[in-house]
Design a protein around this ligand. Sequence first.
Ligand code: NAD
Length: 290
Amino acid sequence: MGTVEHTAGGAILMDGKMVRDELIAQLAVTVESEGSPEITLATVLVGDDKPSKVYVGSKRKKAVEAGLQSRHVELGADATQAEVEGAVAELVNDPAIHGILVQLPLPDGLDAEAVLNLIPPEKDVDGLTERSMGRLVRGKAGHVPCTPLGVMRLLERYEIPTSGAKAVVIGRSTLVGLPQVLLLGRKGCDATVTLAHSRTADLVSVCRDADIIVAAAGMARLVTAEHVKPGAAVLDVGISRTEAGIVGDVDFDSVQEVAGAITPMPGGTGPMTIACLMQNTYAAYHMLKA
Ligand code: NAD
């Protein structure tokens, strides 16, 4: 399994930063072994949302570390729908671009779905377009959304058994929860998955039966020790900005006492999202070449 750290309570710490660095270093070696072809990830940022700027900045930096090229397109907060669509269409038509990432959310008034759906499945390295989602549902080759894919990579890296395991995914968005359910339940992973959401009655008893919990609700410290079966793996995707700083969906201090494995927040699923974006961009290059 390689290096494994434990929390004070004895749970395996699923260290997303470390695994991200491992995956990015592996990718850099692979790209070099193929003669360092120019594989380019284009990032599109619209407006001046501060967290979005930070996310895009780290994606560009990690692309370079992975041996990829980065191209960045930035538009002002007052950009029109036509301007944003025009910028994306240019990248779609540029054969030097292999992956396109439009940083969400777009400023109010812009139709993000219309923008995303311009991206063909091969270049859709975020896996968020209708066609990519359709491919995921139908089990066809395509890009899978990076955050739920990152969760899968952590489960693999820490050898958390999934076949026949009971998994609960909290949250049903197309960005995280829904694709997560599909990935955990699909052939090869073979978990039995329950989807919990804001209308789920008695979340505690739903979760208490689970071997794996993926929390993606965006509700600070929603999951506490009472939700967790002893020995379960708990992966925290949620990000809430509170006065006390960034807080996940999982109450780390209490849960690490009972869980068998847990992600830190920050430093868990977030870095994995970026690693998977780089892997998807590399895969995009080969899909486009084929
Ligand atoms: P979203 O708001 O679209 O969806 C939240 C989901 O949580 C909804 O389906 C809702 O039904 C469910 N929910 C809300 N309150 C609940 C409750 N009390 N009990 C059970 N379910 C509840 O959000 P999203 O885009 O799916 O993102 C979820 C969280 O993950 C956010 O905090 C977001 O910032 C974070 N996020 C993290 C990463 C990462 O890389 N770690 C990436 C994307 C999103």
